[in-house]
Design a protein around this ligand. Sequence first.
Ligand code: BGP
Length: 476
Amino acid sequence: MDMVFPEGFLWGGAVAANQCEGAYNEDGKGLSIQDVLPHGLKGEITQAPTKDNMKLVGIDFYHRYKEDIKLFAEMGFKVFRTSIAWSRIFPDGDEMVPNEKGLQFYDALFDECLKYGIEPLVTISHYETPLHLARTYNGWANRRMIDFYEQYVRTIFARYGGKVKYWLTFNEINSVLHFPFMSGGICTPKEKLSEEALYQAVHHELVASALATKIAHEMMPGAKIGCMILSMPIYPLTPHPDDVIASLHAGHLNDFFGDVHVRGRYPGYMLRYFKEHHITIQMEPGDEELLKNTVDFVSFSYYMSVCESADPSKKAGEGNIIGGIPNPYLKASEWGWQIDPQGLRYILNYYYDRYQKPLFIVENGLGAADKPEVDENGVLTVRDDYRIQYMRDHLIQVREAIEDGVPVMGYTSWGCIDLVSASTAELKKRYGFIYVDRRDDGTGTLERYKKKSFYWYGEVIRTNGRSLAGDLEKKR
Ligand code: BGP
């Protein structure tokens, strides 16, 4: 198989504002839910920002973005995925007038990308709901969020429509089922939140996403709007039909989100689920019509696959981000995420068979505790062969899927520069091609250093994938 990727394939990297920008209270920014979540998903929610919260400083991208984008350009990035911090634009989220300083920051950021011919790919909401909206309205549990989100998207579409062509409405929209506070700004503790309230919040987000898609198409002809899904192939643990059906059900709970975004209506399996779980979704007149504003492409993150079983004694793995039974045939990362490159080919085929829409892999990568060392020129570096191996194995599977006939728009590896982890809030869990000198105790110069993978990825981009060919031969 020829390893060259299609002409115009969008190679690049991805970050999120709250995990890299820092400057949490500068230039009029309001607090976001991340500013009170110092230890990630499993930690406590603090009243106010605390010093041990790595995200308050992040990697200081807010002040260093020019240097960082220059490095991305050096690797040859065609696209850079980042998010807009909602609370920079509307510090509280429910005020009428946006914060001009916040708007100016993203103007400058997008201009800097465009200067190098890098397309910005913008996530509108990436786990950073303004804290005021969470505390006052209980986040997406409240229907009023749709209005606040609408005002926010109208503002950013009007401002950046000439600069940004690719937009994603909500990062990993399905994750709200698993972490309602981080994903949906819902303050009610998960154990006290009824399933009905949770799915009502989902409904609000789905309506808001469709509304944003509609507005984007009206305000920015030519723009491409995508949904963004946390993808996770779910394999039956055994060929027992009960296990197959159990994995079908588990898969449906994920597919629901993509299905609504692409097909424009609630799928039958979900209506049945609601009926059997005594869930009534409050729909307002016009909601069903709005949902028909479907996306132009489907984007997703991919880190792992899981297994499912009908046998309740089979336990979900601790490490995997949203549960799932570990696959006995796969190894896991240091953080327990099971590594399955073929799962990426599988999910690309699966989504294309299901949706017949262009697909965009907007997150994939390996979080590892890198060990910096000094190279022969006395410069700090990381010999991250394990990361190269991981990405190479995954990219080969992307190429296989393209060969299968799947239209893949691009690939933005997660955390192209080291940043703060979403799930654990550590900086120790590094994903980057660029090492950032900052540690979890807050020490470090914040200087940037190129890892071995920096040069490797640059070569992959320069050759449009051809440099992977040798590796492929080795694998066969
Ligand atoms: C996804 C999130 C990202 C990112 C990534 C890696 O779920 O969209 O924000 O952080 O996972 O996860 P982590 O940072 O927990 O290693």
